[in-house]
Ligand binder design. Structure first.
Ligand code: ADP
Length: 282
């Protein structure tokens, strides 16, 4: 039976540490979050972000905009937030309504306040291997691997999914940690042949039960990023058949309680890092 990688417990201890660190700073770290429309999932994410900020002793401001808002209005608000020194981080909750270009909005966030690390300048730094902050989900997985002393050095690391938010940067992070990285996606002809090679398997495809026990190498570390809502039970499941895979793997993340809480904790960590940068402390 695999060891469970407990993201919930680790995230709570990280928040405590961040609170202690923040209390020593000359001013509170701050973040401004823009939410467009009333998508329930996005509402919940933004609410959680405010709660996490409170727990860490950070300043947070939420800006709610109707889904009829124009792109120009959002860009105008971002311009103002970029200039306000009390906010170290500026975040626009994705996805945005179809009439707004996510690309243009992301590019309008000042790179030094881009707490999600989605701006092309920060993506470029990430590819080069010298970025200060990483997107929250890969950063959270990295912290989880560290906490359980799981090294990627010399290991075969297989990503299932190549999104800009999860799969792609996750592979870059593991490459930086000296892993041999393989990216799989919808066009991969024999997924099982790839996943069976993985010492570290990171799955972010949004496909329930995509990874069965027979697709996993004995002793592997299996990271399940997905949060799929089961229409019948309303419960969240990942992409990995947990019962089967936990019999073979050495380490596995639960869903929920694995990657999700770590992603949240890393947003707070990124706010603190940017705050320290702005205060000349890094
Ligand atoms: P996220 O934002 O969680 O990373 P996306 O929906 O943006 O998720 O991306 C899903 C990724 O998963 C894509 O890269 C896609 O190619 C990959 N994917 C989806 N289904 C499969 C599958 N059956 N086999 C392999 N890869 C898949």
């Amino acid at each position: 039976m695999a060891t469970i990688l407990d993201g919930k417990v680790l995230a709570a201890s990280i928040r405590l540490k961040l609170r202690e660190e923040a209390a020593l700073l000359p001013r509170r770290p701050g973040i401004a979050v823009i939410l467009v429309g009333d998508d329930p999932a996005s509402q919940l994410y933004v609410k959680n972000k405010a709660k996490d900020c409170e727990e860490c002793g950070f300043l947070s401001r939420r800006i709610d905009l109707p889904d009829t808002v124009s792109e120009e209005e959002i860009l105008g608000i971002l311009n103002k937030l970029n200039a306000e020194t009390i906010y170290d981080g500026v975040l626009v909750q994705l996805p945005l309504p179809a009439h707004i270009s996510e690309k243009r909005v992301i590019e309008a966030i000042a790179p030094e306040k881009d707490v999600d690390a989605f701006h092309p300048l920060n993506v470029g730094r990430m590819v080069r291997g010298d970025s200060v902050i990483w997107p929250c989900t890969p950063a959270g997985i990295g912290a989880l691997l560290d906490a359980y002393d799981i090294s990627a050095d010399g290991k075969v690391c297989v990503m299932v999914g190549r999104s800009n938010i999860v799969g792609k940067p996750m592979g870059l992070l593991l490459l930086r940690r000296h892993g041999t990285v393989i990216y799989c996606h919808r066009h991969t002809p024999d997924l099982a042949a790839m996943t069976r090679q993985a010492d570290i398997l990171v799955v972010a495809a949004g496909q329930p039960r995509l990874i069965s026990g027979s697709m996993v190498k004995p002793g592997a570390t299996v990271i399940d990023v997905a949060m799929n809502r089961d229409a019948e039970t309303g419960r969240f499941t990942g992409d990995v058949c947990f019962d089967e895979v936990s019999e073979k793997a050495a380490f596995i993340t639960p869903v929920p309680g694995g990657v999700g809480p770590m992603t949240r904790a890393m947003l707070m960590q990124n706010v603190l890092t940017l705050a320290k940068l702005h205060m000349g402390l890094l």
